[in-house]
Every structure is written in structure tokens, then in C-alpha cells.
Design a protein around this ligand. Structure first.
Ligand code: FMN
Length: 292
């Protein structure tokens, strides 16, 4: 039997999207599919895009995809109607202005000859500006496999799912793209404190290749995507930013800690915990799941 080749390409800063990508690989793992999984960073490109289905995943950054994703798409060879699935992962869910977040990447993929057959937003705990309530964050992690398995089931059945962008999406999409200039500056302004022991974790785990080691201390360049992984992930909590401090969660961001708390025993009062417009996308996402 000829196996269908599936390419799963994902960008992830702090690990939410990489978890989703891994569940996609698990869900497709059977004797009819051959899976290739690739993490996108500033130096990974797809040199041989001969597969039957592309699944592209990325976190929403300022209502768009991170720069590395556009860069990765720009290096793809042209194809003739290869089907593609675009999955965005956000902290806020499918609400305006996030609804703009797949527009630019889809346009770029279509220019390369891909046919988008399915697009959807997954939700993970927010890693920027406003922290997701801990119980909701645990719930989001808990239901991620179920959400991914449901998408894969749809894809296997041939369900086509496209969302229609609102006019306002275009405006937000353009506004959000301006963040790309700010991210470079943000990266340049990251500093290490006395807590730094030169372990090199930040260098090894920066998807932008923005950090190098000089005299056993990190040096930050202007290639930052502002994924915040270095700041949250530093084992010694030794990195700080001189600008955009409001963007960084004061309690940090660590999905492993939430996962280690185990399964939620009580029924989560989603309506009570996800109040107001900014959490309305998260509420909808979690309640959708409850209805199934
Ligand atoms: C610079 C930056 C911008 C972000 N912008 C948005 C946004 O516009 N909308 C949103 O809902 N979440 C936003 N987020 C939150 C992330 O999309 C979310 O936490 C995601 O799960 C992170 O995925 P990762 O862990 O794979 O990096 C942003 C995060 C960062 C770091």
C-alpha cells in the first residue's frame, strides 16, 4: 500500500504549538500515513516539499504568524494544488482581531500553489501580557489532544473548513505586521543579570538564532521573533528585557508545571472564570468541547 506523505511543520516559542504538532503526528500515525515533522526556526527550510498534505502550525503573534513562518513559506518550491491545513494557536481564541491571524500565511501558501482545505484556531495558555487563569490554563492543556484528534478526524473524512475573514481583519492584519519591526529591537534589548551562569540554554533554545555566547555570556542580536522563550525558559531566570516589560508575565510561563499538576478533578466553571471580551474566545473554545 502506498502511504500518504504528511508534512507537519510548526513554529513554537514556548512549547504550546509544539505540543499541538506532536498530537497531530500521533493522530496521523497509522499504516496509511508517513509523517515527517519539522520545527520551523530561522534556519530551517523545506528543501523537498513533495508530500500529499501539509499541516502548518504556528502561534499567533500580534494577530499574525511569526516572521519565521513567512520566511519558511517563501522558501517553499511551487506546487500544484497540494492540500494544506493551517492551524493557529493563540492565547485568546477566535475573536477579533485574532481572526486576522491566518490571512497572510494562507495568501502566501496559495501563491505557492497550495490549496487550503482546513483552518482552525487552537487555544493554549497566553504567554504574553495577560496570564490565563490557572484552572483554565490546565483545562486548555488537558483538552488539546481531543481538539487535535477531532481536527484529524475531520481531515480524514474530507471535511473542508475555511473561515471567511471580516473586512476589519485586513486592517488588523496590517497593523499587527508592524510588530515584526519591534521584535528585532526587543531582542536587542534583552540583558542578562548576575544570575546568569553561562549555561547556554538560551542559545540552544532560541528559534530565531538571535543569541550567541561570548566569554560565557549571552549576546543578543537583532533577529528576535519575540517568542519570549529565552526569558521564560532560562533555568536561572537571568534574562530581563529593558523594553516592553508589560508584555512579560510576572509569574513566568511554564507549561510543564501546569501539566505536572495532573488532571483537574472538579468541573471547571468556564463561564465564571472566562469573563469579558478578551476571554470570550477561550470560553467559546472550551464550551464547544463540553458540548461534544
Ligand atoms: C509577541 C507575542 C504576541 C502575541 N500575540 C497574540 C495575539 O495577538 N493574540 C493572542 O490571542 N495571543 C497572542 N500571543 C499569545 C500566544 O499566541 C500564545 O500564548 C501561544 O500559545 C504561544 O505559543 P507557543 O508556546 O508555541 O509559542 C502572543 C504571544 C507573543 C509572545
Amino acid at each position: 500500500m502506498i502511504k500518504k506523505k504528511i508534512k507537519i511543520a510548526y513554529y513554537s516559542g514556548t512549547g504550546g504549538t509544539s505540543r499541538a504538532a506532536k498530537y497531530f503526528a500521533i493522530a496521523f500515525n497509522d499504516d496509511r500515513h508517513k509523517i515527517e515533522i519539522q520545527q520551523i526556526n530561522s534556519s530551517t527550510f523545506d528543501i523537498n516539499n513533495k508530500y500529499d498534505l501539509l499541516i502548518l502550525l504556528y502561534p499567533v503573534h500580534a494577530f499574525n504568524a511569526p516572521r519565521a513562518v513567512y520566511n519558511w513559506i517563501s522558501h517553499l518550491e511551487k506546487v500544484n494544488n497540494t492540500p494544506a491545513v493551517v492551524i493557529s494557536v493563540s492565547g485568546g481564541g477566535e475573536i477579533i482581531p485574532n481572526t486576522a491571524c491566518r490571512r497572510s500565511s494562507i495568501k502566501r501558501l496559495e501563491k505557492k500553489g497550495y490549496t487550503i482545505i482546513y483552518e482552525k484556531m487552537l487555544v493554549m495558555p497566553s504567554n504574553v501580557m495577560i496570564e490565563t487563569n490557572e484552572t483554565l490554563a490546565r483545562k486548555l492543556l488537558e483538552i488539546l489532544p481531543k481538539k487535535v484528534f477531532a481536527i484529524v478526524e475531520d481531515i480524514k473524512k474530507g471535511v473542508i473548513r475555511r473561515t471567511k475573514p471580516f473586512f476589519i481583519d485586513k486592517i488588523f492584519s496590517h497593523i499587527g505586521e508592524m510588530e515584526k519591526f519591534g521584535t528585532k529591537y526587543f531582542g536587542k534589548k534583552i540583558k542578562y543579570t548576575d544570575a546568569c551562569n553561562g549555561c547556554g540554554w538560551c542559545v540552544e533554545n532560541c528559534p530565531a538564532g538571535n543569541i550567541t555566547m561570548e566569554e560565557k555570556r549571552p549576546v543578543f542580536s537583532n533577529k528576535c521573533h519575540m517568542c519570549l522563550n529565552c526569558i521564560y525558559g532560562c533555568p536561572n531566570k537571568a534574562l530581563v528585557s529593558n523594553i516592553g516589560k508589560f508584555l512579560i508575565l510576572k509569574n513566568g510561563y511554564n507549561l510543564k508545571i501546569l501539566e505536572n499538576m495532573g488532571t483537574l478533578r472538579e468541573t471547571v466553571e468556564i463561564e465564571k472564570l472566562a469573563k469579558g471580551y478578551i476571554w470570550s474566545g477561550v470560553k467559546k473554545y472550551l464550551l464547544e468541547d463540553r458540548d461534544k
